[in-house]
Design a binder for this molecule. Structure first.
Ligand code: 48F
Length: 266
């Protein structure tokens, strides 16, 4: 490319604005109804979205922040490495993420590579990730009782403390992948007591058992509402595990498989 004689297409400001607004609105109209809404673009939420989208389900991830990866970026006390154990290494290999073997079945990954390639794989699989959106409530239906979607608001609006009503997004399944606070399940438990959800809260660290328990307890917590990742530990009263992330992506894969099965059976 010759930069001294380069011909750059000129685009008027009004056209830039028109294209952005037109195509954003097209997306939002499409986002109103989904097979699956995932709340949180951390490791469990993105792994779930990756497998759901690969299975052909219409999947959107709403992420409060303007970034991907949730707790991956912070690594361990800001050290930029995370531990992955088998069989989660198979998921990372599928996404082209480099692993350094430190002992049989135990690996070290680079946080930046983990975040970037997990996000890229999720988007390439066909999931939509929308940033800067906070989910602050769910939609429910009676007879039969079920969660049927979420209420969304701009994160910026919430941060400004403005009194603004949200808009509603429908889904056959809603996944709480919000991490330690299990924000979506907490609000559903508080505002729809008929769902019968009680939240014991996460326990202190016990990594050796926490990984297996988190994956085993991943799944539906009420009709239409699922937990993955650290939200599982909060909702099921399980110990935390710290900067070892195998269970996060395995939990994402398990919740995806549960939803695929449940939607096929319904
Ligand atoms: O916290 P996060 O990474 O959740 P995770 O997938 O993984 C947990 C690990 O990172 C780590 C750990 C593993 O040993 O302990 O903490 O369970 O990602 C959660 C994402 O959800 C977003 C939040 O910004 C983060 O990126 N989030 C949280 N609440 C909301 C939300 C909400 N109400 N609406 C939208 N996004």
């Amino acid at each position: 490319m010759q930069f001294d004689s380069i011909q750059i297409k000129s685009v008027e400001e009004s056209k830039i604005s028109r294209y952005i607004i037109e195509y954003t609105m097209k997306d939002w109209l499409d986002l109103i109804q989904n097979d699956v809404v995932i709340v949180g673009a951390g490791p469990s939420g993105m792994a779930a979205a990756y497998y759901l989208a690969k299975a052909g389900l219409k999947t959107v991830v709403f992420e409060r922040r303007l970034s991907f990866g949730g707790g991956i970026g912070g690594g361990a006390m800001l050290f930029h490495k995370i531990v992955i154990e088998s069989p989660a290494d198979e998921i990372l290999r599928e996404m082209g993420i480099k692993l350094i073997k430190v002992e049989e079945g135990v690996y070290i990954v680079d946080t930046a590579e983990f975040m970037a390639k997990l996000a890229a794989s999720t988007i390439s699989a066909g999931a939509k990730i929308i940033h800067g959106i906070t989910v602050d409530d769910v939609i429910f239906r009676e007879n039969p009782l079920r969660v049927a979607g979420v209420a969304v608001e701009w994160t910026a609006t919430q941060m400004a403390g403005l009194h603004v009503d949200p808009i509603f997004i429908s889904a056959k399944a809603v996944v709480d992948a919000t991490g330690h606070d299990a924000e979506v399940i907490s609000v559903a438990s508080r505002k729809i007591p008929e769902l019968g959800i009680t939240i014991p809260g996460e326990k202190s660290a016990y990594s050796e058992v926490a990984e297996k328990l988190t994956v085993e307890n991943t799944g539906m917590v009420a009709p239409g509402l699922y937990a993955t990742g650290m939200a599982v530990t909060e909702v099921k009263g399980l110990p935390r595990m710290g900067p070892i992330f195998g269970a996060m992506v395995l939990s994402g894969k398990k919740v995806a498989e549960d939803i695929i099965r449940d939607l096929r059976n319904s």
